[in-house]
Design a protein. Structure first.
Length: 305
């Protein structure tokens, strides 16, 4: 994280709206969430304002969402934050910002999906709709979705760190899952649209199932296995098999192996973020640890099935 934080207040946002979108300036405004890249403020009942605050890369991610998400959103079966207005940099706030639709629901790290079959079907249907062939000019992933073997050093470092902290009981089993995935044949199909960041804080739930997906800043085109890893991270026990039954086209064995490898990496990241939250460190989220541990348990069991 590159700390470029700006003091974002309701007064600042109202001033920005008055300058560039005055018809929205008098709507009720309240803080929704502070993410790693952006702050989200609810604007009235149906809109939200997203402003970059903690990373330099957030500007480009917002512009990418503004350019591409309106094209994809009409095809998606879940609610997503569709960009409505683009705020340009100004003297008052020297960075771009977005007005999007508001997506109701609770983040899955705080309210995990509990209805396994329904959540699995919902996630599979969403990814089936999203994973469409992308045009040549579609963005590349930022250090995501490449060859799994390129993550070997990162994986080794993350596993060793979590093991040293006593957070991994069976590191050899975790390594076995990743090594099996890294040995799988690479993706040779067309570049497909991917969300690119399906962690629990970016997936919303209601009534025990998935109700929305937010934060498309990492949207890119590539190997669908990167997104398929989300089934291991987001779904409760018993959901992964149903997810694979519903997702189309049916993923082949190599894609499922690669997905497990990406899921291991995401789970290790979640474990570190969760532990940082327990220890009160910046950027930590204690709610990330339990789902990440559950994911590793399911992943290591899957290798023996």
């Amino acid at each position: 994280m590159t700390d470029t934080r700006t003091d974002i207040t309701a007064e600042l946002i109202r001033d920005l709206l008055r300058e560039q979108h005055p018809d929205l300036a008098d709507h009720p405004l309240e803080l929704g969430a502070r993410g790693w890249d952006n702050q989200v403020w609810r604007l009235g009942d149906d809109l939200a304002v997203r402003l970059p605050w903690a990373t330099e890369s957030a500007d480009g991610l917002l512009r990418k969402e503004h350019a591409w998400l309106p094209v994809l959103a009409p095809h998606l079966p879940l609610r997503v934050p569709v960009p409505q207005r683009l705020g340009e940099p100004s003297e008052r706030f020297p960075r771009p910002w977005l007005v999007t639709t508001w997506v109701p629901g609770e983040p899955a790290d705080r309210a995990p999906a509990t209805r396994a079959a329904e959540a699995a079907e919902t996630l599979a249907t969403f990814l089936t709709a999203l994973h469409r062939p992308a045009p040549d000019e579609a963005p590349e992933g930022r250090h995501r979705g490449g060859r799994l073997t390129d993550t070997a050093e990162h994986f080794t470092r993350e596993l060793a760190s979590a093991t040293e902290m006593g957070l991994i009981r069976h590191p050899d089993a975790v390594r076995a899952v990743w090594e099996d995935a890294a040995a799988a044949p690479e993706w040779t199909g067309p570049r497909l649209w991917l969300h690119g960041d399906l962690h629990p804080a970016n997936v919303l739930t209601a009534d025990g199932t998935i109700s929305g997906v937010i934060d498309f800043g990492d949207l890119f085109a590539g190997d669908p296995a990167f997104d398929l890893a989300a089934a291991w991270i987001l779904l409760p026990d018993g959901g992964t098999d149903r997810f694979h039954d519903v997702y189309r086209p049916t993923a082949d064995a190599a894609a499922l192996r690669r997905a497990r490898g990406w899921a291991v990496l995401r789970a290790l990241t979640g474990i570190h973020i969760g532990e940082a939250g327990v220890r009160g460190r910046p950027g930590g989220k204690p709610t990330w640890g339990p789902p990440a541990q559950a994911s590793l348990r399911r992943l290591t069991a899957s290798l023996h099935r």
